[in-house]
Design a protein around this ligand. Sequence first.
Ligand code: C2E
Ligand code: MG
Ligand code: MG
Ligand code: MG
Length: 293
Amino acid sequence: AKSQGRNNIQLFSSLQSQGLVDKEFDLGSRLRAAVRQGQIQVHYQPLVDARSGCIQGLEALARWHDEKHGWVGPGTFVHMAECLGLIHALGQQVIEQALAQLRRWQEQGLSLRLSVNISKRQLFSPDFVHMLLRLTEQHAIQPRQLTLEVTESLAMQDAGQAAACLAELSKAGFVISLDDFGTGYSALSHLHEMPVNELKIDLSFVRRIKTAGGRSMVQSIADMGHALGLCLVAEGVEDGESAQILREIGVEVLQGYYFGRPMPAAACHDWILQRNCVRRESTEPLGGQPTSA
Ligand code: C2E
Ligand code: MG
Ligand code: MG
Ligand code: MG
């Protein structure tokens, strides 16, 4: 333990001499302030129906612009928020903003679903389901219109506890998606027991889809998912050829830069109108596109 401590001190001072600890520390306290002041923004990325090309939902992605450090990616600040105990406040702000926005879109007649990312501490927090039910009710959103994305690795690390939490959320009507699927070493027995509705194939597989090996990997993931009755989503679709292959494989929903980047709400709204293809609450879809469902 003593040498461990010394190692830590050495590590700390070597990082400090590079100015890294100070930067982390600074970033952490700036993040705390940003969360406190409600400065975390939400961008929206379209989820597109593979067959019709119509938008069917949006993924909410957290964004933070810091005056001093510029745009900080969620890969950095979400983890930081977990460590600093800020994730509940941050997560709640993201969900609240996104639900309010979804409500506005629904009031304009757009039939959209919303996906949000959930981290470990959120999932394992005992009153998470109550918080979600309260927020959805407040914004007049039905639980089945909200998909909760948890990473496969999170779900499988503490499979027992995760399954129990997911079952509670699922019982409350929320849709459960396993994010970054294929990177988290699911035991098939666990996957079978998990109350999930959707698998989101990780973009590292989608990137290799144009190779024979890559294609068969995705095909087997999709076949397994379909055999379990799950919906298949692919993330990170960057070109038309990949989209076509995914369609042939039978993946139902596509997401990626090829269709649209994560955008602020206003830009996303323009994207939706320009695309002219979204299910309307009441009658026919726009632009004479075929209706599904
Ligand atoms: P994720 O949920 O797997 O989200 C997909 C990531 O891939 C996003 O990165 C998105 O911008 C990016 N992406 C989308 N299409 C493409 C594409 O065609 N090519 C490439 N190369 N990338 C694409 P982003 O926004 O940086 O988010 C990174 C991760 O941070 C997310 O991965 C998610 O795990 C986490 N995250 C984001 N927002 C939140 C949040 O509100 N709460 C929690 N707990 N985690 C979040
Ligand atoms: Mg996600
Ligand atoms: Mg993902
Ligand atoms: Mg990912």
